[in-house]
Write a protein that binds this ligand. Structure first.
Ligand code: ATP
Length: 251
């Protein structure tokens, strides 16, 4: 298992956002995290990336405990995420946005020094090439010089994914990537996520678009009021009476 979540709980004051949640994700899997609004899905992402520390429990990534590891070090270890609300640098070009993502994994500070050494220039060249390749992967080759704020909504979502991939993750966390997308954009998102999986990257996805989730995921966990309600294959989840009552019935 590449990611193991053991008995994670998170309290915010009097609110129990997560209570004793345990699950694991196998290498190369697409694992879906679903459940009603406020069920604790984004909080789980915040636990894995240590944006907030868990109240109790342990998280292991690639056989190493990552509980309490600072977020930028989590990225270096190979976990990267996108956010529910798009967080691009609006006035920077698509290429620059992706290059910044690559920079997260480089300690020598390619962008930070005024006088650049040859090694830094070479590194910047490599970042640029990788960024171009990733923009091609997400279907944005023609928008390399376009400022992020001038891209269509679906394009901005794909740019976020390219930026996350630039840090060369082993595990990619996608928080509602299809939110606000039309049918055509969602179909191309499906193809993109499958292509990312084919590169050997493990994917954990929060999503409310049930047809997409059921088609895309190898396994799914359902959260309800911060607790694990069910875990299984898409077919098992669709036929689970408790899940139908708590969530799917209302979709
Ligand atoms: P949605 O599908 O609406 O995005 P979610 O399943 O991602 O919901 P979370 O955002 O994880 O749910 O929220 C779980 C609970 O924790 C909610 O009651 C929320 O109000 C609370 N919560 C989350 N983050 C914080 C925070 N930083 N401070 C206080 N309460 C929080």
């Amino acid at each position: 298992m590449v990611l193991e979540i053991k008995n994670i709980s998170k309290n915010f004051g009097g609110i129990s956002a997560l209570t004793n949640v345990t699950f694991s994700v196998g290498e190369g899997e697409i694992f879906g995290l679903i459940g009603p609004n406020g069920a604790g899905k984004t909080t789980m992402f915040n636990m894995i990336t240590n944006l907030f520390s868990p109240t109790s429990g342990e998280i292991t990534f690639a056989d190493e405990t990552v509980t309490g590891v600072k977020p930028h070090l989590i990225t270096e270890k190979g976990i990267c995420r996108t956010f529910q609300n798009i967080r691009l640098f609006p006035q920077m070009t698509s290429l620059e946005n992706v290059m910044v993502g690559g920079h997260c994994r480089i300690k020598s500070g390619v962008f930070s020094s005024v006088i650049r050494t040859k090694a830094q220039r070479n590194e910047e060249g490599r970042l640029r090439e990788t960024a171009k390749e990733l923009l091609e992967l997400v279907g944005l080759s023609d928008e390399i010089k376009t400022a992020a704020e001038n891209l269509a909504y679906g394009q901005q979502r794909r740019l976020e994914i390219a930026r996350a991939l630039a840090s060369n993750p082993k595990l990619l966390l996608l928080d509602e990537p299809a939110a606000g997308m039309n049918e055509t954009e969602t179909a191309s998102l499906f193809d993109l996520i499958k292509k990312i999986q084919a590169r050997g990257i493990t994917i954990l996805i929060i999503e409310h678009d049930m047809p997409l989730v059921m088609k895309l995921c190898d396994r799914i966990m359902v959260l309800n009021f911060g607790k694990k309600l069910a875990e299984g294959t898409p077919l098992e989840i669709q036929n689970n009476q408790a899940v139908i009552e708590a969530y799917l019935g209302s979709e």
